[in-house]
Unconditional design. Sequence first.
Length: 161
Amino acid sequence: MVADYVPFYFAARSPMLYAISSGNVPAYQDDQNPLVYLVTDLDRLQKVGCRFVFTDRNAYYQTATYAEDPAELDQLVDWELMEATMWNNTAAEPDRMERRMAELPVHKSVPFSAVLAVGVPRRRSPVPSPRYSVRSTIRRRSSFGRTGITEGRSGDSRCTR
């Protein structure tokens, strides 16, 4: 069940984050400033014993393809699309937005010891208040290798779903 997993995204800016920044999510009335980004990588998740899978699109979709072997990651994830600045659906690729939401769901929880870095907007204190939520992203290339972030409440010692 998808709700049993902590979602980490491969794209730095997902379609849902774009919808939030555009004010198109009625249930969320804040901007991106309350979001805190937690960064991790596959090696770290494996070292702390996290169980995870990869998907080629948002795990919500029944058409999502799943894999567990990190060796399959490059075949499953469209890295060019993850790094693209535009990812709208096209006639040739009507599922671009779904694929842009490729993710690495981690089962149950992610210990804070798996976090390699915390990212916050430049104009904000690095110490978040309890109202800030946490968002996750896994990138193919960064100073930390393949990295990730998840949704939860800041201040938690574990980010859980």
